[in-house]
Design a binder for this molecule. Sequence first.
Ligand SMILES: O=C(O)CCC(=O)C(=O)O
Ligand SMILES: [Fe+2]
Length: 332
Amino acid sequence: MSKRPRTLDSFFSLPPAKRPRDGAIQNQQTQGNSSENDVNDHETGSAQASMHATYPFAIPHLPPGITDILNFAPATEGRIIRDQPDLDLVYYQPYVPKEVQRDLYEYLRRELFFYRVKYMIKRGPTDTLINTPRFTTVFGLDVTSGFGSDGQCIDATSGKPVAKGAYKCQPRPIPECLDRLRTLTENATGCKFNFALVNYYASGDDSISYHSDDEKFLGVEPAIASFTLGAKRDFLMRHKPTPAGHISETKPLKLPLASGDMVLMKGLTQSKWLHSIPKRKGGEADKGRINITFRQAMVKGGTENYYRYNVGEGEVYKWDGSRREMAPWRKD
Ligand SMILES: O=C(O)CCC(=O)C(=O)O
Ligand SMILES: [Fe+2]
């Protein structure tokens, strides 16, 4: 039995893996080192890829030239930033080794599928259409479920398939390329992650406004690991307004996130601070930036929320190498 690091790919490999044993569960948290489907990998002899019924197309595995170097991450020791009230960060400059920053950026930009999500919100009495000002995609499943070896959602406690309708969305397993980085990040930080959210900021016009990732479905004091690849962009942080009468002795923060950097936000950071990537005119921002955040969702509502706002119902985008931009993708 081969001992290559276990990923989620037993059911990604083509042709499909054999039927699961009853109750077999393989999710980000529980997968072991069993390798029954490695046989498949060898038999096909073709380049390996992650595939799932919910993916519009297969995502090739990371090439060895990237994985071999990525295994040296983190490239530097993290700097602890706790010099302001409620702020609790570890800042790696960089986390991804320099030799693979560019290749990993170009690989993810080229191989992942993205969305430009639109949704309605109520502003007072009026319905307002929000156009998310960046490309997004998401993979993962909250702790109540995992993926069976046939790719179906399995209840984490009973090991049985989750009831039809338990999720309105269609959860997607984390592909090998992101799962590798997730595992490395778990090992380095001691934190657990079951979601990978990816943002692509095509230019300085793309952004994320001030917010905090403080949803209840992440549990108390969530840890979020946030990676930058590609263009350098400013990451702004400011303390949430304090109750009237309280003197806030905090000052805003600007981290100039560069390719390969990682910021781990933990403790009270999400409940007390806001963060944003503001729009920028010209300069490096127009070369494009990928952000990956790893998080841990505790309940099904977290899964629903992440797919609604990062996949939505719109068309699929894929990198078009000749146009050098994301373009609508259609199955031919
Ligand atoms: O792009 C970034 O660095 C931040 C992304 C972010 O805050 C988010 O996705 O919640
Ligand atoms: Fe955020």
